[in-house]
Design a protein around this ligand. Structure first.
Ligand SMILES: CC(C)(COP(=O)(O)OP(=O)(O)OC[C@H]1O[C@@H](n2cnc3c(N)ncnc32)[C@H](O)[C@@H]1OP(=O)(O)O)[C@@H](O)C(=O)NCCC(=O)NCCS
Length: 144
């Protein structure tokens, strides 16, 4: 990673979280959803550059049996510089150190991001399984 970037452990501030989801093309979260959701973080990292938070990734879950990687987001002007890979590697390091054997780690890969996750051993669940989801309050215009 360039010296211009600093990887920091911990969840982002609510405002940064909502902004990063917005600018990276993920679906928006309400203030309440973001506040409550971030309190449920098991592990997260952010990347700071120029005094601002410009990227993030989080692990959520029950802390034993099931974990999910969510909120992988890098500001567009900082994408393609290895930040997503560094963030994901930090999340995986934490999982390897903290999750017990038999734990199941899942994620929903949007678009080309699946190539990044595949580098860390993630595989499509099909055809044995099909990922299913629904929204509370209606489907957003974009993203997951
Ligand atoms: C997905 C995202 C987090 C990745 O972050 P990034 O900093 O742009 O990614 P990196 O520069 O670290 O590249 C990650 C790896 O994926 C690979 N990759 C990316 N797109 C690829 C493609 N189309 N085909 C093959 N590999 C690809 C890169 O080559 C890189 O691998 P390498 O480290 O071996 O070279 C970022 O692009 C983003 O925020 N996208 C918008 C929001 C989003 O879709 N989030 C994911 C939701 S699941």
């Amino acid at each position: 990673m360039s010296d211009a970037y600093t990887l920091i452990e911990g969840a982002p501030a609510v405002a940064d979280y909502r902004r990063l989801r917005e600018v990276s093309g993920l679906s928006p979260k309400t203030q309440e959803a973001a506040e409550r959701g971030l309190r449920g973080t098991l592990f997260a990292v952010t990347v700071a550059a120029g005094g601002r938070t410009i990227a993030m990734g989080r692990v959520i879950g029950d802390g034993g049996a099931f974990y999910q990687v969510v909120d992988m987001a890098v500001e567009p002007e900082h994408q393609g510089r290895g930040l997503g890979r560094r963030i994901f590697a930090a999340l995986m390091d934490w999982l390897h150190e903290n999750a017990p054997n038999s734990a199941y780690v899942s994620l929903v890969a949007d678009g080309d991001a699946r190539h990044l996750y595949a580098k860390f051993g993630f595989e499509p669940v099909m055809p044995a399984s099909i990922g299913m989801a629904r929204w509370i309050g209606g489907r957003p215009a974009r993203g997951t």
